[in-house]
Ligand binder design. Sequence first.
Ligand code: AMP
Ligand code: MG
Length: 422
Amino acid sequence: MSATPRAPLKSLDDALQQLLASAQPLDATESVPTLQADGRVLAQDAVSALHVPPQDNSSMDGYAVRCADVGTAGVELAVSQRIAAGASGEALQPGTVARIFTGAPIPAGADAVVMQEDCTVLDGQNAAGEARVQVNAQPQPGQWIRRAGEDVSRGAVVLSRGQRLGPAELGLAASIGLDTLRVARRPRVALFSTGDELVMPGEKAPQDMPPGAIYNSNRFFLNSLLRRMGCEVTDFGIVPDQRDATVQALQQAAQAHDLILTSGGVSVGEEDHIKPAVQSLGTLDLWQIAIKPGKPFAHGQIWTAQGQGAAHFIGLPGNPVSSFVTFLVLVRPFLLRLQGVTDIAMKTVAARADFDWPRADKRQEFLRVRRNAQGGLDLFPNQSSGVLTSAVWGDGLVNNPAGRTIASGDTVQYVGFSELLA
Ligand code: AMP
Ligand code: MG
């Protein structure tokens, strides 16, 4: 038996660069209702055809006035018109005020709004049958007026191609009248789990699990992660431990998918059916990435049967936390790039470590931590790549460079799961 030579470790930056270089953005786009575009990636700029708000309008319930008519506090003026939101008034007659409500357009000639709390409605009416108010505060020109175009001006690009759409983006698109949006098509991903020890939850009750068997947990978080990234997922379940069946499953999946994602069976030297199967159907690079958790990682292509094009292949490590972390640091940016997202860098922030990490590793580490009430970070005590509890207890990762120890009080780089899982 000859030992497989150890491939040199590849830095995460190099691996990511190589992976992204192979990720051509999908060229197909589709139009979707704005209401259903959450999480999708915009395929063309959204340009406003109008000002938002369209006209100057009141930001208070009160009275629209000409400042020149209110030289001092206490002036009494007639109420010559009433303008509710959705209505449009007439030019304000000098020496009068307009009753006005939040969101209603400011009538021509008015240059301020006095809030109703600063006015007293007087008894009786004037000869024209108009109510009268006393204005108890002298207004400043422009007060309580929201200006036309203050949010968006006509012709402005409010959202850019390559921008990922969330709740605020959808609201802004709607505010310029867009009921549909052109977005990148969803990446189609085929998901496989490998490993003869795996049992699907529901297939066997815990008390009936044979020795050596474990439940397939990776399938569940990978499926969820993929969907959160906007993918359409076909779950092929656990690949049978047979060469022919594997080749057939992979080949079939390559026809209709942009990416085939597997977990398990990519450790160095492992006799695994996935590796030769992919090699027989396309190309495969096995990488040893200098990160912890998550060293082994496979990347390649599977040609389609027609010989036109190929599906991407990514093999993640089997250990659940390795699988989880490599997805976040490598597969996530890859999927964003496929959808044409421009801003894909993982954004870490400086934070204070409230723990010691005395043993430096030669690999870059992603430690599972959580923020505490003192504004620092606590470390989950068991950082083993098999302990998925760490990812549930934690609310994010510390990106610790290779060779670095951490002492309590040190500044470290933190990224929250809320950012990575959005
Ligand atoms: P492997 O990468 O196949 O050598 O697997 C490494 C470790 O991860 C082994 O302990 C496997 O049992 C475990 N593992 C592999 N796939 C899964 C999975 N889908 N769910 C849970 N654990 C897994
Ligand atoms: Mg395995």
